[in-house]
Design a protein around this ligand. Structure first.
Ligand SMILES: *Cc1c(COP(=O)(O)O)cnc(C)c1O
Length: 403
């Protein structure tokens, strides 16, 4: 017997759960890309994308995943032989640095402890030491999905401004956009990159690069930019094909249209608030279970925890056992631990993650929490029972507070 038959919940940090309305919008015959509904629809996506990013800046779309967005941002602004500063808080910060390396860009990495957010002081020291202003950009991951730590992007802008350092501030919001509060213009990010498959609730395949005037100036000063990655024609096309440098990602665009409608209807503030409450329900359950056993949140300080993803440590081999049990017995797929292994646990089987980004609501999170508690019990993993009740109380309180 298995209790997994029924609607599954893919609770990994991307790809995220897709709304039925998004899937329905995508389920159609191939549309004409030269005239008609599809070309007419695309310009209207831009104001809604700007709304999600809280920016008046420009946006270029690529048929790519998040790695493509990383490359696009660099390809437009940092030339081979130049230097970037990467305050890395997990696997994804290092991944962006690796991408830079492949483009011939030098990375100056500031490595942070697992679970610690970017330390603006360390960034200040590195920038202050850069007398010749060789550093062209600071590559900051807003939410590093491997550790689930969230960093303060506005604090990095403050450091750059205080030092009068001209480096561009780039934010990776691939995990956080449409989940954790992010305000591109107010926080002073020059470039923000994201993808379609997390908070935006669309399948993987679209990458977005948002950029402001300073970043556009940096683009104008580049010796050359590859025709495909150049964001200028994508953001301001003369012809429809230029939006995508070729054939449009037809079905993704229909899905995105519906997802953006859903985001507009709920409102970005309400979306951030929903993610915050649901995340708090999860943390509260985990902290309760952990009183009587090995389960711990990777990020100790709630102020630095993402509302989109939660990384956990439970010790080998419990993480792997719990993931197998949840998937096989309850229909909930938990995320693997990423970039968190220890010498005695080379496969990272003591770590796992919850994805709670995008199209998730109270009953899904209570289902997730209830499943994990049942799994802890079934597998005989030490814990204090009653985390589910604690999570339910957070949900109850949050709704009671409303008018
Ligand atoms: C998912 C993710 C990426 C990578 O995106 P892909 O679509 O897998 O290429 C990069 N950065 C962060 C923060 C992510 O969460």
């Amino acid at each position: 017997m298995s209790l997994a038959h029924g609607r599954p919940y893919l609770a990994i940090p991307g790809p995220s759960v897709m709304p039925e309305a998004v899937l329905r919008a995508m389920h159609r015959a191939a549309p004409n890309i030269y005239e008609g509904a599809l070309p007419e629809m695309v310009a209207g996506l831009m104001p809604d994308l700007r709304y999600v990013a809280q920016t008046e800046g420009e946006v270029a779309i690529y048929i790519a995943n998040g790695h493509g967005a990383w490359e696009a941002a660099l390809a437009n602004t940092v030339a081979s032989g130049e230097t970037v500063l990467v305050p890395a808080t997990g696997r994804f910060g290092h991944g962006w640095a690796d991408m830079a390396h492949g483009l011939g860009i030098e990375s100056q990495i500031i490595d942070h402890d697992r679970g610690a957010p970017i330390d603006p002081e360390r960034v200040r020291v590195a920038l202050a030491a850069d007398k010749g202003q060789k550093i062209k950009a600071v590559l900051a991951v807003h939410v590093d999905t491997s550790t689930s730590v969230r960093s303060d992007i506005a604090a990095l802008r403050a450091v750059l401004d205080e030092l009068g350092h001209p480096a561009l501030l780039m934010a990776d919001c691939i995990a956080s956009l449409g989940c954790d509060r992010f305000e591109m213009d107010a926080w002073g990010a020059d470039i923000m990159v994201t993808g379609s498959q997390k908070g935006l609730m669309v399948p993987p395949g679209l990458a977005f690069v948002f950029f402001n005037d300073r970043a556009a100036q940096a683009r104008a000063g580049m010796p050359r930019v590859s025709w495909y990655w150049d964001w200028a024609p994508r953001a301001n096309p003369d012809g429809f094909y230029q939006y995508f440098g070729g054939t449009a990602p037809t079905h993704h665009l229909y899905g995105l249209r519906v997802a953006l409608d859903m985001i507009r209807e709920e409102g970005i503030e309400a979306i951030w608030a929903r993610h915050e409450v649901l995340a708090r329900a999860i943390w509260t359950a985990v902290e309760h279970w952990g009183q009587g056993g090995p389960l711990r949140l990777t990020v100790a300080d709630p102020a630095h925890r993402s509302h989109a993803v939660t990384a956990l440590r439970i010790g080998a081999p419990y993480g792997e056992q719990l993931r197998q049990w949840s998937d096989g017995q309850a229909g909930v797929t938990l995320g693997i631990g990423l970039g968190m292994s220890e010498p005695e646990d080379p496969h990272g089987t003591g770590f796992f993650r919850f994805g709670h980004m995008g199209h998730v609501n109270a009953h899904m999170i209570l289902g997730l929490v209830g499943t994990v508690e049942a799994g802890l019990d079934a597998l005989g993993i030490p814990h204090t029972t009653g985390g589910v009740t604690k999570a339910a109380q957070i949900i109850a309180e949050a709704t009671r507070d409303q008018d």
